[in-house]
Design a binder for this molecule. Structure first.
Ligand code: DGY
Length: 327
């Protein structure tokens, strides 16, 4: 039976065509003012939603009484009102797995760029300021051999750890609720990545990387206490979710000199407000949330999300369902 599907963020043509072949599809991105009326008009009849980067909160859900399934083109599910979805029995699908290596590449690029001051020094050349050999004031810091501390050690954290341990000879410490069974999940990291209490990790890591999902228990978790415990001169990278970090505490740690530099792909508010001090801070390398943003991976995510939605609307088990009981 053809159902009503609302696509709230553009999909690649081939995936949109798969949806259109089976269902009645409206494409309307509520972030684009001209498309908002179409989005609002389609909500009351929508049985399936597919998209990303838009808060699907209690108010929005109340205006979608026929909703059966939401398929998010993301692995993170912090944009969704999980208790309401759970209470109404609305299925939530997401896209784990297909983006792990790409996000790990991005985090490593940010880590390298921040440690070796790549963006700052490239700008020096572009702006015609390379007039003599650079001196110590513009030197960077080695990455190879340094100790990496990972806050969060899911699939993406493990992909970062592989790059660090196997490619750059870095000892890896990780903090997670419980130790990961490396023999079963990542045998190549056995003896190379150690489950470590948070304070010890912070004291030892030269480069601390946050890869935390956003939930009630992680919101604001990286606070003044965490920055205060970091090894003096450490570098901080955030590739998870912006709101896990208390940004004023981060700025204070940078200005106090506790932190050498920060590389940030995510922010508490996105897009980053133009008046945010993080935008122009001389020791911050900011990126516009590009963790998974490659042609190949964004297509793979769209394909998985489309398959999830088609299966759910057909009454079959989708490939990746998020358990909304874990609100
Ligand atoms: C995700 O999938 O949650 C990533 O942040 C990419 O948007």
């Amino acid at each position: 039976m053809r159902k009503k599907v609302l696509v709230f963020r553009e999909l690649p043509d081939d995936q949109l065509a798969r949806l259109q072949a089976a269902h009645e599809v409206t494409v309307a991105n509520p972030r684009i003012a001209a498309q908002l009326p179409a989005f609002e008009a389609a909500l009351p009849e929508a049985q399936g939603l597919i998209g990303s980067s838009f808060p699907v909160d209690d108010v929005l859900l109340a205006r979608a009484p026929k909703l059966e399934v939401i398929s998010s083109v993301s692995v993170g599910v912090d944009n969704y009102a999980l208790p309401a979805l759970h209470a109404r029995g609305i299925l939530l699908c997401h896209t784990p797995g297909v983006l792990d290596e790409t996000v790990a590449d991005t985090v490593f690029a940010l880590l390298m760029a921040t440690s070796r001051r790549v963006v700052e020094l490239s700008n020096l050349v572009r702006e015609g300021r390379w007039t003599k050999n650079i001196g110590e004031d513009l030197f960077g810091f080695d990455v190879h051999g340094k100790t990496l501390g990972l806050l969060g050690f899911g699939r993406i954290g493990q992909a970062i750890a592989r790059r660090a341990a196997l490619g750059f000879g870095m000892p890896v410490l990780y903090h997670a609720r419980r130790p990961v069974d490396l023999a079963a999940q990542a045998p190549e990291l056995q003896g190379r990545a150690l489950h470590t209490p948070l304070d010890e990790l912070l004291a030892r890591a030269d480069i601390a990387v946050a890869m935390l999902p956003l939930s009630d228990s992680t919101r604001g978790m990286v606070d003044a206490h965490v920055f205060g415990r970091m090894k003096p001169g450490a570098i901080f990278i955030n590739g998870g979710r912006g709101a896990t970090v208390q940004e004023p505490a981060l700025l204070e740690a940078l200005d106090r000199g506790t932190l050498r530099a920060a590389g940030l792909d995510v922010f508490a508010t996105e897009p980053l407000p133009v008046d945010s001090p993080l935008r122009t801070h001389p020791r911050v390398t900011p990126l516009p949330h590009i963790g998974s943003a490659t042609h190949e991976t964004r297509h793979a995510m769209a394909e998985l999300a489309t398959t999830n939605l088609l299966k759910a609307l057909a009454g079959e088990r989708p490939l990746a369902v998020y358990d909304t009981a874990f609100a």
